[in-house]
Design a protein around this ligand. Structure first.
Ligand code: AP5
Length: 210
């Protein structure tokens, strides 16, 4: 099953992808996570991406499309995958079509801008394994270290409120039009992002018929 998790920044795509990929036993491919890792390691891709990510703008289509093409050709993607954060523009969706990828479902997680700003201000990431937490709604045992690997929790630079506003503008102008693109193919299934994390997982799995 090839699934796209779609939605605004902070809607819960990464959180749900992490849970659902274990339930369905398929990998998650997150362009945001790949870019953050590349930035951390100072690779050529990371250096190209840094200015865009930190400003809350989209990395050029050619850069992210190349990442996806490489990643989807790896053996663990042979039985399906969850795409988190890709595609984000119509040209990216067209590039996916041109790769011969058949999408089975686009799960759109819906959340208001106001709730997004509130959620992202309390998000923390593990600086080592990248696991995502929330100080109030999805805390670790001590809200200082990661429950999975013990790494220290950090705040993402692009969760600065000014950058979040820019990410929301970018989402509404460049990414939201993709909903119509996939609606025309009859693939979009909508779930509310304001329910609890387990409730959203249940709704997604029900929409997928699993
Ligand atoms: P990316 O990493 O993809 O960021 P995003 O789409 O902005 O999404 P987020 O990771 O911020 O949020 P999320 O929806 O995963 O929410 P989460 O589960 O963490 O991209 C980052 C940047 O990389 C982009 O801005 C761009 O520059 C670049 N980029 C990436 N892909 C690209 C592409 N294809 N093209 C071009 N550029 C690209 O949840 C948020 C918080 O809420 C967490 O704290 C979580 O614990 C909490 N939470 C989750 N669910 C719930 C719930 N139900 N109730 C309460 N709290 C919850």
């Amino acid at each position: 099953m090839n699934i796209i998790l779609f939605g605004p920044p902070g809607a819960g795509k990464g959180t749900q992808a992490e849970i659902i990929c274990q339930k369905l036993n398929i990998p998650t491919v997150s362009t945001g996570a790949v870019l953050r890792e590349a930035m951390k390691n100072g690779t050529p891709t990371g250096l190209k991406a840094k200015q865009y990510v930190e400003a809350g703008e989209l990395v050029p289509d050619a850069v992210v499309t190349a990442i996806i093409k490489d990643r989807l050709s790896e053996p663990d993607c042979a039985n399906g995958y969850i795409l988190d954060g890709f595609p984000r523009t119509i040209p990216q969706a067209e590039a996916l079509d041109a790769m011969g990828v058949k999408i089975d479902a686009v799960l759109s997680i819906e959340l208001s801008d106001e709730e997004i700003v509130n959620r992202l201000s309390n998000r923390r990431l593990c600086g080592v394994c990248g696991a995502s937490y929330h100080l109030l709604y999805n805390p670790t045992k001590d809200n200082v270290h990661c429950d999975k690997c013990g790494g220290e929790l950090i705040t993402r630079k692009d969760d600065d409120p000014k950058v979040v506003m820019n990410r929301l503008d970018t989402y509404h102008s460049q990414t939201e039009p993709l909903k119509a693109f996939y609606n025309a193919k009859g693939l979009v299934k909508t779930v509310s992002g304001s329910d609890t994390i387990p409730e959203i997982t249940r709704h997604i799995l029900a929409e997928l018929g699993t």
